[in-house]
Ligand binder design. Structure first.
Ligand SMILES: [Zn+2]
Length: 250
C-alpha cells in the first residue's frame, strides 16, 4: 500500500525566507524532478500540462475507482517515486485513522503534470490553482518543486497555500534546501502534506504548537509537531464530510 514505515505525523506550511536569503534560481538543484521544463526566470507560455499528463492511477499504480471519493495528488514535474509514496501514503494513513467518522475512505490517486515555466519571484499561486481546477478529485493537492513566492510581508518563499475550497498547493522548495537528510526531508514533508490538506479543507492555523495544523515559519518548526489535536481533527472531519458528500465526483 506504500505506507511510510511509521505512524503518520501531521504538519504545516511555513514561511520565513527573506529576499536576501532567497537563492538566485529556485529551479536549480532539484533532486526530485526532471529540470527540463523548469526555466527559472524565463516567462514562457505554458500548455497547462494537458499534453504530458499521464493517465491517473492510484497510489499503488492501479486504476482509479470512480465510485468512491477521490483525493488527487497532482505532481508538477516531480518524478521521485519515494516522495510520491511518502505523500500519498501519509494521506491514506490519515484517512484510515479517521475512517468511520467520514462518509467513506477516499482513494488517493496521483497525476503527473509538467511544471509551467514561471518567474519564481512573482506570485504564481493563481496559476497552479487554475491548473488544479482541471484536475479530478473531490480534493486536489498540487505539489511543486519550484519556489512559491509571496509579497505578503515579509516577502518570502512559503511552504504552501490554499486555493478554492478543496484544493491547495505544497512547495517542496524550501524543504529541499533547508533539510540536510533525505529521511528528515520525507518526515517533514509527510507532516506538511497534512497541513496542506488542512488548507484545502479551509482549516485555520491551530494555536497548539504541537499540533500539525499550527503555524510554521521555519522547516524546523515541523519537528515539534506530534499530533493532530482534537479540535483540528473534528474540523477535518466536518470539512471532509462536506467535500466527500456534497461535491460531485470530478
Ligand atoms: Zn490543532
Amino acid at each position: 500500500m506504500g505506507l511510510p514505515g511509521k505512524r503518520t505525523r501531521f504538519i504545516l506550511p511555513g514561511q520565513a525566507t527573506t529576499p536576501q536569503d532567497a537563492p538566485e534560481d529556485p529551479c536549480k538543484g532539484s533532486g526530485f524532478k526532471k529540470p527540463a521544463r523548469c526555466n527559472g526566470f524565463r516567462e514562457l507560455v505554458e500548455d497547462g500540462g494537458a499534453s504530458m499528463n499521464r493517465p491517473d492511477r492510484d497510489s499503488d499504480g492501479g486504476s482509479v475507482d470512480n465510485s468512491i471519493p477521490r483525493v488527487t495528488l497532482v505532481l508538477f514535474d516531480i518524478w521521485d517515486r519515494d516522495l510520491e509514496r511518502t505523500l500519498s501514503g501519509t494521506l491514506q494513513q490519515f484517512f484510515f485513522s479517521i475512517g468511520e467518522r467520514i462518509p467513506s475512505t477516499p482513494q488517493v490517486s496521483v497525476q503527473n503534470r509538467p511544471c509551467p515555466s514561471i518567474n519564481p519571484f512573482e506570485e504564481n499561486i493563481g496559476r497552479f490553482c487554475k491548473l488544479l481546477d482541471d484536475a479530478p478529485g473531490n480534493i486536489r493537492i498540487g505539489v511543486i518543486d519550484v519556489g512559491l513566492w509571496t509579497f505578503s510581508p515579509p516577502p518570502r518563499f512559503i511552504f504552501g497555500q490554499g486555493c478554492r475550497y478543496g484544493s491547495a498547493v505544497l512547495s517542496t522548495y524550501r524543504f529541499r534546501r533547508e533539510t540536510q537528510s533525505r529521511k528528515l526531508l520525507h518526515l517533514r514533508l509527510s507532516r506538511e502534506v497534512i497541513k496542506i490538506l488542512g488548507l484545502a479543507c479551509n482549516l485555520d492555523a491551530c494555536e497548539d504548537p504541537q499540533c500539525m495544523l499550527t503555524y510554521h515559519r521555519a522547516v524546523e518548526d515541523l519537528d515539534r509537531n506530534r499530533y493532530i489535536c482534537r479540535h483540528c481533527r473534528d474540523q477535518f472531519i466536518a470539512s471532509l464530510g462536506e467535500l466527500f458528500n456534497n461535491f460531485q465526483q470530478r
